[in-house]
Ligand binder design. Structure first.
Ligand code: PXP
Length: 249
């Protein structure tokens, strides 16, 4: 395999730059400026989640990102008709379908694919025909992975939230169990012909073992990087994350 096939890409999620902007209701900090800086600092792609309630990224941000970005945009969205129409209008490089519940603070769990196969197959087809690489954000659960391989998705993104939470809370046995689940999910998904991504909650302390998974091709990281940029700057935070990912390969 060439380096292109095996390189681990870093997608930087800029949602929480918009969270800070929206806290004041004005125009700064600008998520597009953060995206341009992230690209310079070594991000391979930018991820932005347009939520139904527009709590962080807004429609105008997606318009501006599509205009300004020279690296791929991974457009995160719920499987709704409204979002499908927006994705078809913009034709981003990738679309990541996530579950969304209004009352949640962040995307808490993985998508229910196994119980919703017919609807997801119909939902994904036009997006794939429009040229988007469609990814499903799922738990490290063998049933969901088999289902993901049957609905027309090219990619699965494995939810690393439980692994990261266990680490942060010092539950190291649970953390290692979660890591083993993610490792075996990555192997299974790759064996079924799916490209494997991962993300949610990753930080300097937790990225190494996930980056070391041989089948892994992309990590999407947001909240920690935006938070860390308060202390060391976005450029340095992304640069350090990139080095930790490379060192783990
Ligand atoms: N991947 C997906 C599919 C997500 O929904 C999120 C959170 O929006 C992330 C990655 C990034 O998670 P975090 O902001 O915790 O790094």
């Amino acid at each position: 395999m060439s380096e292109h096939d095996t390189k681990l890409r870093l997608g930087v999620n800029i949602d929480h730059v918009a969270t800070v902007r929206n806290a004041r209701g004005g125009h700064v900090p600008d998520p597009v400026r953060a995206a341009m800086l992230a690209a310079k600092a070594g991000a391979d792609g930018i991820t932005a989640h347009l939520r139904e309630d527009r709590r962080h990224i807004r429609d105008a941000d997606i318009d501006a990102l599509m205009q300004a970005l020279e690296i791929p945009l991974n457009f995160e969205m719920a499987a709704t008709e409204e979002m499908q129409a927006i994705a078809l209008r913009h034709r981003p490089h990738a679309v990541c379908i996530v579950p969304e519940r209004r009352e949640e603070r962040t995307t808490e769990g993985g998508l229910e694919v196994a119980g919703d196969k017919a609807r997801l197959t119909d939902f994904i087809a036009p997006l794939a025909e429009a040229g988007a690489r469609v990814s499903l954000f799922i738990a490290a659960d063998p049933t969901q992975i088999v289902a993901a391989s049957q609905v027309g998705a090219a990619v699965v993104e494995i939810h690393t939230g439980a692994y990261c939470d266990a680490h942060m809370e010092g539950r190291f046995e649970d953390r290692d169990l979660e890591l083993a689940r993610i490792q075996s999910a990555a192997e299974q998904a790759h064996g079924l012909g799916l490209e494997v991504h991962a993300g949610h909650g990753l930080a300097f302390d937790t990225v190494g073992p996930i980056a070391a998974i041989p089948e892994m091709r992309e990590l999407n990281i947001g909240h920690f990087l935006i938070g860390e940029s308060i202390f060391i700057g976005l450029d340095a935070a992304i640069g350090h994350m990139r080095r930790l990912m490379d060192a783990a390969r």
